[in-house]
Ligand binder design. Sequence first.
Ligand SMILES: *Cc1c(COP(=O)(O)O)cnc(C)c1O
Length: 393
Amino acid sequence: MSRPLLMIPGPVEVSPAVQAAGEAPPPGHLAPRFVESFGACLQMMRRVWLADEASRPFVVAGGGTLAMEMAVANLLEPGERALVVSTGYFSDRLVEMLRRYGAEVAEVRADEVGGAPDPDRVAAALSALRDGGAVKALLATHVDTSTGVRVDPAPLARLAREAGVLSIFDGVCATAAERFDMAGWEADVYLTASQKAVGVAPGLALLVASGRAIEARERRAGTPPPLYLDWEAWRPVMEAYEHRRAAYFSTPATTLVAALEVALREILAAGMPARFELHARAARALREAWAALGLRQVPLRDELAAHTLSALRLPAGVDASLVARIAERGVVVAGGLHPAIRSEYFRVGHMGYAVTRPEMLRRTVDAIGGALEAAGAPGDARAARAAIDAFAG
Ligand SMILES: *Cc1c(COP(=O)(O)O)cnc(C)c1O
């Protein structure tokens, strides 16, 4: 049988050109071709993030967690206050990080797993918190990979702006697939990692900070952040490469940056509106397929369901061994992650290259349909396939 198809919420399938770039001998970080490549990546990131010229892109070796840590470490000093909009496992990670940096954290949590607090509740929580003193940042997870819940960042960014509070969004399972208008919404940090919807191997933390966020770091009065995380340490390097000059602080992951250039070019060739729309259409087709197979989603309402992954409840009588049965059929999906429901659901990633290849979605739906049938919970596999065929057009 052919290589298994990787349909987890990251790492994801990458395009043949991205894979080829990742297989080349490692470029030197001072090589002219690499300097060009890194500079192009930084400029293209602004376009993918829909960010303005005052914003600053950062590419640093590490994972999404490092990108989260960079945002928190640079923007929050001990004793400063932050509000976290909590929709799952990764929001909890943000809270833990904030506490370790000595921030005072308040949370506004979803009432139940699969939900998200509505903006009115966030507004009330923010205003209550501000009654007690200045608030530095509002943080939210754009798509929480543990629940498949997507929040709408636009009203949250607006609330933050109106209150003079910085807004920080974890886009690790969203950036380059879910609509995010960093300049239009005046958001302050949007961060991700290479292995999710950007469509490169794991290993790069990607972050864009607004001019306001950069100024907030510059104004920082107390002790600086840990050196490797410090925007002030990295900024001269990023600016040098953007101007096509090499610079050094810590060796960039050169092979991954070369692959990132290819991935960002592919994303921008389609154009951001088309890219967002393709993910939305694929997600709709998959939702139809899941319904045909008798699968219910973890997100409580369709508008809360991410376009980048599906979190699906196991049908009655089917246990988590379904994931292994799906793997036997050549498709790798992920088990549960949210501690409250870990053994009750599974997750399917659908972002990046796979969404441009309907046959990959078809293989995924067929494998899940076959596994459900083998587990004694058959759905309407033909209707599921028809949903994907309609998407493929
Ligand atoms: C994957 C993910 C992370 C963590 O990224 P790593 O690269 O595994 O550190 C953080 N937040 C969200 C929403 C994610 O999906």
